[in-house]
Design a protein. Structure first.
Length: 316
């Protein structure tokens, strides 16, 4: 990577901070870990604080362990602030990671600290793509970086970021796997929270690159779509199925073991927008399925649904 890119970013952090303290929105992923390390270099550990928005049942237990491990390794102070109630309020109208960031994560950060808050926004997300450095007290020091540069910088700094085991990138939130309205947190929310924790526990000794349980179906039925890549051996697959069958909030289990079609209901705004549907297909769903997926879209008549809902699936 460019030898001076790290130095330029460190210099910018110093300039933006104006010598004052800075808070880093810290998820324990590669992006926020790099920002934390650069802020530490720029300002010193006494002027940098890490804040993790804890989403309670929707945070992986391994993810919280990684957050603590990395903070300790960086020598930075770490605080937690809750955010799961705001998450549940957002999901009452359908899945939306962008709204979650805007109305759950960032406000929780703002309520827990003062001053400038540095985020890991980069070219891979919508904020990073705007190129805006500072907005409403939130600062994006690596906004012009891509994932490759972030990985190279971490390697250059000698920082290893452990994986939760959920996916190659964008780990950490179980709620993103609830692909329907969360009308009842104790039913819909519990199903996605416990099933994904069970899956990762079962795969602890099995090398994998992708692992998640998508909760789909109509509101009255939780259909669990199990994604693991590569597919586990038969005995492990049967063990995972048996563990998931014990969860009474899960009504049906389907393994994604070949090309699959998903039926998606969408509110009129998304249904009528080819661009919005394309982003949901290829930015949101395709990367998190173990096999190729196709899509069948239908317009929803449910006024509560503001985004989309996967209601059924078929093996092709």
């Amino acid at each position: 990577m460019e030898g001076n890119l790290i130095d330029k970013t460190i210099a910018e952090i110093r300039a933006v901070s104006g010598g004052k303290r800075m808070t880093v929105a810290f998820s324990g992923g590669q992006d926020s870990t790099l920002v934390a390390a650069l802020a530490n270099e720029a300002l010193g550990s006494d002027r940098v604080k890490l804040v993790n928005v804890c989403f309670g049942p929707y945070s992986y237990s391994r993810g919280l362990e990684i957050v603590v491990e990395l903070a300790d390794r960086l020598g930075l102070r770490l605080e937690f602030t809750p955010g799961y109630e705001a998450q549940e309020a957002i999901w009452k109208n359908g899945p939306s990671c962008n709204r979650c960031t805007r109305y759950a994560k960032l406000p929780s950060m703002r309520n827990s600290t003062l001053g400038i808050i540095a985020t890991g926004a980069n070219r891979s997300d919508t904020w990073g793509q705007t190129g805006i450095a500072l907005k409403d007290g939130f600062y994006a020091p690596i906004r012009d970086w891509d994932k490759k540069l972030i990985g190279m910088a971490l390697e250059e700094l000698g920082i290893h970021v452990p994986r939760i085991g959920e996916a190659p990138v964008r780990e950490g939130c179980k709620l993103k796997h609830l692909l329907k309205i969360m009308a009842n947190p104790s039913y819909h929310g519990y199903a996605v929270a416990i099933s994904n924790e069970i899956l990762l526990d079962c795969l602890e000794s099995f090398p994998h690159t992708l692992a998640n349980v998508k909760i789909t179906g109509p509101l009255s039925k939780n259909i669990a779509l199990v994604n693991v890549s590569p597919l586990p051996p038969v005995d492990l697959k049967e063990r995972i199925t048996a563990m998931l069958e014990r969860v009474k909030e899960i009504d049906e289990i389907r393994w994604i073991d070949g090309e699959t079609k998903l039926k998606i209901l969408a509110n009129p705004g998304i249904y009528n927008s080819r661009e919005a549907r394309y982003w949901i297909e290829h930015g949101r769903l395709v990367p998190e399925f173990a096999f190729p997926v196709r899509f069948e879209w239908a317009r929803s008549t449910n006024r509560r649904l503001e985004t989309f809902q996967v209601v059924d699936s078929w093996r092709l």
